[in-house]
Design a protein around this ligand. Structure first.
Ligand code: FAD
Length: 557
């Protein structure tokens, strides 16, 4: 295997190398610095050199680096965070791979790549996907499962569960098991640690170098819209590095949902109040997409990011917990003991309150009005939150759960830190009017009118008395909101998945605006569009494909 060269190697003589040029207003899009967006000759040296340079060390990045190293390439991983893993290390670790895996076979589940393709290609969610991508996923699914086993990921010895939909409804999902016990440091306590730490160990064993706290800021291509991608620029502690990729660059930066300007390209309703699951540990920066667009790459599957298309995929989620910023449990994960040293522990500020029964609260918009049946899930809840409710109330904007002292008793909640965050996400009042006046949050653009909140509660209480929700059809509304103190907890939907991104083909090559593969540029995971599938399985699989294909390609001089 060739080694990573950390000397200042000379740039190839071909010369006339331009940094990624913009014309796309990238400075306004976030992440990338304005200076990186102007066409300019880069300095005539490389600070680092490897065959394959992988950007991001999450569910796509680590398999990419392992697969490339296994093909004999030298590999360098650039990761902007202080630790590896991205969203994947925080994930539930449920991996939907099929097509005839050893676990499926062991438990008598008949599956083949063809069967899997038939299921996925004819299922409504996947109508938003490229069939070439679905096919590659199905063909590579068993190999990805074997790859995970080979590199130390363990699955429980039991039948895969959770049928995948489609005409044959084959069971294809399995959850990784925690094997390393507490020795495996976990930044947020997520089960995905059991997936990512073994992959990290495999990466290191193969001699791959992971540069933490290094942020990719742009791509270096022979010319802006033509020629081969030669490397990347990255920043580390205020310094800019030029990093050469002799064979290819793999963008696996995890998608763009944390970048409000960028995500609103796909759906203008995805305004800033919607928090992103996975933060504050890991941000979906959009950096990969922007860098690739600057060299002519095409964005793909934009419609997949609108909430209406998500039947099963998780673009939008009802918050898992209320009363904290991120809507997901923070620091309350399964391996709580492992997060004690995590720099994110303090950033998350509150664990949040888990709602066991939505009969215990109502949800109001920023104007203090109900707009939804609070017991609803999926489409029936998301759509009203984005103002698609047949004209019956408006959900767009901050959403507050309102409840009283009786509800707190029924739920067994502790309405104090570290469970709730009184700094903008949780409020208390002795009267409803007082409560409305106290709601001060950066996303609540105008004070909630106290009279409106009083009117809403009075109307809701009258529905409880009648046993019928005449406005939104909540089945048998059960509890009046009447006993002070009253509470308002942040209960706004969060954004979970990124399903649109760069156009790729079945070999994970990035496709440009003219429909041609960009030589030397690959992409996998949530940075890629064209595959309307949730999560880890597609990221792991296309990561593997990208790593292998990049390593097998011819090196440029
Ligand atoms: C709480 C939670 C639970 C989940 N549970 C599941 C589950 O059970 N099953 C499932 O299938 N999916 C699940 N998912 C989704 C799954 O984790 C993601 O789909 C998957 O991690 C995406 O992989 P990725 O490689 O594209 O991105 P990530 O895993 O997020 O990795 C991207 C990496 O790129 C880095 N990066 C970004 N920009 C730059 C830059 N400019 N320079 C250098 N590095 C950069 C990031 O820091 C990050 O480490 C869950 C997600 C979350 C947040």
């Amino acid at each position: 295997m060739s080694k990573i060269d950390t000397t200042n190697a000379a740039l190839p003589r071909r010369g006339f190398i331009r940094k990624a040029a913009a014309g796309l207003g990238a400075a306004a899009l976030g992440g990338l610095a304005a200076k990186d967006t102007n066409a300019a000759k880069v300095e005539r040296h490389w600070d680092l050199t490897a065959d394959v340079v992988v950007i991001g060390s999450g569910a796509a990045g680590l398999p990419a680096s392992i697969a490339a190293a296994e093909e004999g390439a030298s590999v360098l991983v650039i990761e902007q965070n202080f630790d590896i893993g991205g969203h994947a290390i925080e994930s539930g670790g449920n991996v939907a791979l099929g097509g005839g895996t050893s676990l499926q076979k062991k438990y008598g589940i008949t599956d083949t790549p063809d069967r899997m393709f038939e299921d996925l290609a004819s299922w409504h969610d996947y109508r938003f996907s490229d069939r070439e991508i679905i096919r590659a996923f199905c063909d590579e699914s068993v190999a990805t499962f074997d790859f995970l086993l080979k590199h130390g990921v363990q699955f429980p010895d039991k039948s895969p569960g959770g049928a995948d939909g489609g005409p044959q409804n084959v069971k294809r999902s399995q959850t990784v098991i925690w094997t390393g016990e507490v020795s495996a440091y976990s930044p947020t306590g997520g089960n995905g640690t059991a997936l990512m730490r073994p992959l990290e160990a495999a990466t290191k064993k193969l001699g791959v170098k992971i540069l933490l706290r290094h942020s990719m800021t742009g791509l270096i291509r022979e010319d802006q819209f033509s020629g081969k991608v030669l490397g990347v620029t990255a920043t580390h502690e205020g310094k800019t590095l030029n990093i050469q990729a002799r064979k290819g660059v793999i963008l696996s930066t995890g998608g763009h949902t944390s970048n409000v300007n960028f995500r609103r390209i796909f759906d203008p309703r995805l305004t800033e109040e919607y928090q992103v699951v996975g933060e504050p540990y890991s941000r979906q920066s959009g950096d990969g997409e922007i860098a690739a667009m600057q060299v002519g790459a095409s964005i793909w599957g934009a419609g997949s990011q609108t909430v209406e298309t998500q039947a099963r995929s998780h673009i939008f989620e009802k918050p898992y917990v209320i009363g904290n910023q991120y809507g997901y449990p923070q620091g309350g994960g399964k391996r709580n003991e492992n997060i004690k040293d995590s720099p994110v522990k303090g950033l998350a500020r509150a664990i949040g309150l888990q709602v066991s029964d939505y009969q215990n609260l109502i949800q109001v918009n920023q104007a203090g009005q109900r707009f939804v049946n609070e017991l609803a899930t999926g489409f029936d809840w998301w759509n009203p939150c984005l103002e698609l409710n047949g004209g019956k109330g408006e959900g767009g904007g901050p959403i507050w759960a309102i409840f009283d002292a009786d509800a707190v008793k029924r739920e067994g909640w502790t309405c104090a830190p570290p469970f709730v965050d009184p700094d903008g996400w949780f409020f208390t009042g002795n009267t409803l009017r007082e409560l409305a006046g106290k709601i001060v949050c950066k996303y609540q653009k105008q004070p909630m009118p106290g009279a409106a909140l009083e009117e809403t509660i009075a109307r809701y209480n009258s529905f409880v008395a009648k046993g019928k929700d005449e406005d939104f059809g909540k089945p048998l509304p059960m509890h009046k909101i009447q006993t002070p103190p009253f509470y308002a907890a942040w209960s706004t939907p969060c954004i979970h998945d990124c399903l649109s991104g760069l156009r790729i083909n079945g070999k994970a090559q990035v496709i440009d605006l003219w429909g041609k593969a960009v030589p030397g540029l690959y992409c996998a995971g949530e940075t890629a569009g064209g595959f309307n599938q949730h999560g880890l399985a597609r990221s792991l699989t296309f990561g593997r494909i990208a790593g292998r294909e990049a390593a097998k390609s011819a090196a440029h001089s």
